[in-house]
Design a protein around this ligand. Structure first.
Ligand code: NAD
Length: 264
């Protein structure tokens, strides 16, 4: 209902196009009555993000490259001026050199390891640190992670290591900010065909594998991630913090799926 997020103001980071997970979350929040601001990376994305933002009634669209502290400061200074207070943030950002999202993890370069950790892990902490100051009446912070943090997935490589660190940071941030009623959670999303995902080797095969092997026998949509995000971002999740919620059609619980076994 449009009541759930009525009066809540939230920042959505990581919208690239209408396939982005950030878009599924933004729509769910807007449908529930939230007022949204968006940040985008680089001028090329501005013209994509502006019309999407407008379609959910938002005219606050600001640049932010999370590898740059000044850029993050400028984003929050602008939000402080426009809104003064903030109720939630969504961090749907990750990056790794796509030439290292195939082949062996052991071949990861030092430079790409550091870049992947910087943009995919530290940026969430950097953003939460700024958001904390504006969440004067409590708040909810959400990031996106993937099963490759927990188990080895083909080609995910350094991103798996980065997501493991991101999930650990969710727990530490939850403890730091809990005293101020600011909750920090992650959604571990099933595979969804997005711009970022298309950089991962054999992504189509991984999607198919999820479809065949998850308990629900399918993949998930950005709308479904949006619905679960709404739970964590709204009062429905008021006692939930430090959590990694799997929105993956149940894929993470399966050791081996039941099949009609031939005579073994
Ligand atoms: P996407 O390509 O739509 O979004 C990735 C976003 O990261 C883009 O908007 C990009 O601009 C932004 N970004 C990258 N580097 C940045 C930087 N330096 N500064 C600011 N923004 C930067 O892809 P997506 O799949 O929607 O990815 C969103 C999140 O969801 C990522 O953290 C990703 O790892 C995670 N995730 C995706 C899947 C999937 O299957 N698609 C599954 C689980 C988790």
């Amino acid at each position: 209902s449009a009541e759930l997020m009525h009066g809540k103001r939230g920042l959505i980071m990581g919208l690239a196009n209408d396939k982005s997970i950030a878009w599924g979350i933004a729509k769910a929040c807007a449908d529930a009555g939230a007022t949204l601001a968006f940040s985008y990376q680089g001028d090329a994305l501005k013209k994509r993000v502006e019309p999407l933002a407008a379609s959910v009634g938002s005219d606050i669209v600001l640049p932010c490259d999370v590898d740059d502290e000044e850029s993050i400061d400028a984003l929050f200074a602008a939000l402080q001026e426009k809104w003064g207070k903030l109720d939630f943030i969504v961090h749907a950002i990750g990056f790794s050199d796509k030439s290292e999202l195939r082949g062996r993890y052991v071949d990861t370069s030092r430079q790409n390891f550091l870049t992947s950790m910087d943009i995919s892990v530290y940026s969430f902490t950097a953003v939460v640190k700024r958001a904390e100051k504006m969440m004067t009446e409590g708040g909810s912070c959400l990031t996106l992670t993937y099963y490759g943090a927990e188990k080895v997935m083909p080609h995910y490589n350094v991103m798996g290591v980065a997501k493991a660190a991101l999930e650990a940071s969710v727990r530490y941030l939850a403890e730091d900010l809990g005293k101020d009623n600011i909750r920090v959670n992650a959604i571990s999303a099933g595979t969804i065909k997005t711009l970022a995902a298309s950089g991962i080797g054999d992504f189509r095969l991984i999607m198919k594998w999820n479809e065949y092997n998850s308990p629900l026998r399918r993949t998930v949509t950005q709308e479904e991630v949006g619905k679960s995000a709404l739970y964590l971002l709204s009062d429905l999740g008021s006692a939930v913090t430090g959590e990694v919620l799997h929105v993956d059609a149940g894929y993470h619980v399966v050791g081996m799926k039941a099949v009609d076994a031939p005579d073994i």
